[in-house]
Design a protein around this ligand. Structure first.
Ligand SMILES: Nc1ncnc2c1ncn2[C@@H]1O[C@H](COP(=O)(O)OP(=O)(O)O)[C@@H](O)[C@H]1O
Ligand SMILES: [Mg+2]
Length: 321
């Protein structure tokens, strides 16, 4: 069953065509990674799907509800981090969640119970009594996530949930996202980090300049760039000989002292090493390399993707842009 269906979404901001016909489908229980560089149109897409902005053209349904015709009903099915969940820094983590629960009319006992459930689930039970103003960026993101799950939304939208987090906080958030999926929540997350999409998403939609340019599993996207490669580094005195010998059997590409050969599997590596040994070439380094999503992005767009590594954690109180 499709939980999110968008077709032909267009959105213009003055001169900028932020969306130029985005189609998107997300199945129930799936984590969809919406991947693209800065300015690709990820946030605009999320904002349309979560009723925050109206598209100039196109249709979108969430859990069967038309988000343009019936935004109020659609909102009842949606969780969105960092936007709907505005934390009060003067309240404790638990008080914040209880407040959201009361706003959602869970009743006093219901709100407390749900708050404690979520605090445990997201690893925040021990800091439940602390004011959120003292929280680190990572704890805050997790509390945001908890707040957006109070009403048990059918679909959760996460817009760059780990941007600015340190690796430890990022892992904790990934764990939280996985546990939500395990409970059956459908999740759409945007990211600029190829590794994050690779790690979390069941399926990836690559978006660039307001258009979907690829769609598939991480594995399928990697296959499209051509399989793995075998890489051998050699000394300067032997590099010409090594290249000549290997070129008799494989298509070799050379980057200074590094030779790259398409690999059918680990066996190729063994054969390469044997052949080099027969010709008295001692490699300085060897490796079998799987294609990464960076390679995919390069193959799709002809240019490198954005940040290779996330920045450091934002100070407490800061939220994602
Ligand atoms: N409110 C706005 N006013 C003007 N331009 C906007 C607005 N929101 C987004 N844009 C522009 O639309 C494009 C897509 O932006 P956005 O969806 O935020 O990209 P992403 O989230 O992928 O970084 C960018 O060029 C951005 O500058
Ligand atoms: Mg964005």
């Amino acid at each position: 069953m499709l939980v999110v269906e968008a077709e032909g979404l267009h959105k213009r901001f003055g001169e900028v065509e932020a969306l130029r016909g985005v189609d998107l489908q997300v199945s129930e229980g799936e984590i969809l990674g919406l991947l693209g560089p800065n300015g690709a149109g990820k946030t605009t897409t999320i904002n349309v799907l979560t009723t925050l902005i109206r598209p100039d053209a196109g249709t979108a349904r969430v859990d069967g509800i038309d988000v343009i015709a019936d935004p109020a009903a659609a909102r009842g099915r949606i969780g969105l981090t960092g936007q709907f969940a505005a934390l009060d820094d003067g309240l404790t983590a638990r008080e914040n969640l209880v407040l959201f629960g009361r706003l959602l009319k869970l009743g006093s006992a219901g709100a407390w119970a749900r708050a404690d459930e979520l605090l445990t689930e997201f690893g925040l039970a021990e800091v439940a009594h602390r004011r959120t103003g003292t929280f680190s960026g990572g704890m805050r993101r997790r509390l945001d996530l908890a707040a957006s799950m109070i009403g048990r939304p059918r679909v959760l939208f996460l817009d760059e949930p780990t941007t600015g987090l340190d690796p430890h906080s990022r892992n904790a958030l990934w764990e939280a996202v996985r546990s939500l999926r395990a409970e059956g929540t459908t999740i759409v997350l945007t990211t600029q980090y190829l590794a994050e999409a690779d790690e979390l998403a069941d399926r990836i939609v690559v978006i660039d300049h307001g258009k979907v340019i690829a769609d598939g599993t991480a594995h399928e996207l990697k296959q499209r760039t051509g399989g793995s490669t075998c890489q051998v580094g050699v000394a300067e005195s032997t590099v010409d000989r090594a290249q000549r010998v290997l070129a008799e059997r494989w298509e070799v590409s050379r980057d200074e002292l590094l030779l790259t050969i398409p690999a059918a599997g680990p066996q190729t590596l063994v054969e390469v090493l044997r052949l080099l040994d027969e010709h008295d070439v001692a490699p300085t380094e060897v490796g079998l390399r799987q294609p990464t999503l960076d390679d995919v992005f390069l193959a799709l767009t002809g240019r490198a993707s954005n940040p290779a590594t996330p920045a450091t954690e934002t100070p407490a109180g800061a939220t994602a842009p």
